[in-house]
Design a binder for this molecule. Structure first.
Ligand SMILES: C[S@@+](CC[C@H](N)C(=O)[O-])C[C@H]1O[C@@H](n2cnc3c(N)ncnc32)[C@H](O)[C@@H]1O
Length: 225
């Protein structure tokens, strides 16, 4: 075998090793999240809180179902962002309210949850009445894209895999309108984003990108306008 072909084999095996390393990091992150999520669900179940997964939104509305953001993901993003206290946070597609509870320690003045599915909204009401005592919160049972004035009371918007590109355009247009009615800085924290193009179109600036793995569910972009 010539030196050249030995060199090619070495490069080939090196590339295979690099690919295995990259893929196995994703697998490890995914597995750790699976275990932590099950533990999270169980821990709250023992306290009478229901954060279990529910796919009824998929059946009833053909929209993304209730799957929780990865364990501690939003907490880690907010920890790095260091937003000033006193802002108002809303989870767009809030399901059973898990994110509202997860962000309670970040000094938000108001927490909000917008949820299309009536039964998830009712469960969130029950959950939050048991969990959130010190912070004012509002739960809205409506499709996010039917909201207008409701947006005016919030500064920080969280979404997890909610929109396809065209509905993302509509959402951003509504936020720009809300900013015209009520002048303030708006932050959008978006996990599992389909496209950054609508954000560019509406002049939202990406100020932070958080990635724990190359799986989109573990990647979050933060935009500001
Ligand atoms: C992927 S879950 C996210 C749950 C939670 N926000 C989190 O990150 O853990 C998406 C939630 O959004 C709700 N949803 C989907 N489309 C919606 C829409 N257009 N308007 C309001 N809620 C919606 C679903 O019912 C589901 O509860």
């Amino acid at each position: 075998m010539s030196n050249l072909s030995i060199g090619i084999w070495i490069i080939f095996f090196f590339l295979i090793l690099v690919m295995i390393a990259i893929v196995s990091k994703d697998v490890v992150v995914w597995l750790i999240n699976l275990v932590c999520s099950k533990f999270y669900e169980y821990r709250y179940k023992t306290k009478g809180i229901d954060f279990s997964l529910d796919i009824s939104t998929k059946y009833d509305f053909n929209l993304p179902p209730y799957i929780r953001s990865p364990y501690s993901h939003v907490f880690q993003v907010l920890n790095r962002l260091k937003l000033q206290p006193g802002l108002r946070f809303v989870d767009c597609g809030s399901g059973k309210g898990n994110i509202l509870y997860d962000v309670r320690t970040f000094g938000f003045e108001l927490l909000g949850g917008i949820e299309i599915n009536r039964s998830l909204h009712d469960i969130a009401k029950k959950n939050m009445s048991k969990l959130l005592h010190d912070i004012p919160y509002i739960l809205i049972n409506k499709p996010v894209l039917d909201c207008d004035k409701e947006f005016d009371q919030f500064d920080v918007f969280y979404c997890y895999g909610l929109f396809k590109e065209c509905s993302l355009n509509d959402f951003l247009m509504k936020l720009v309108d809300s900013q015209k009615r009520n002048h303030r800085t708006i932050w959008i924290i978006y996990t599992n984003l389909v496209s950054k193009t609508p954000f560019e179109k509406y002049h939202f600036k990406e100020i932070y990108f958080f990635s724990r793995s190359s799986i989109c569910d573990f990647q979050t972009s933060v935009f500001q306008r």
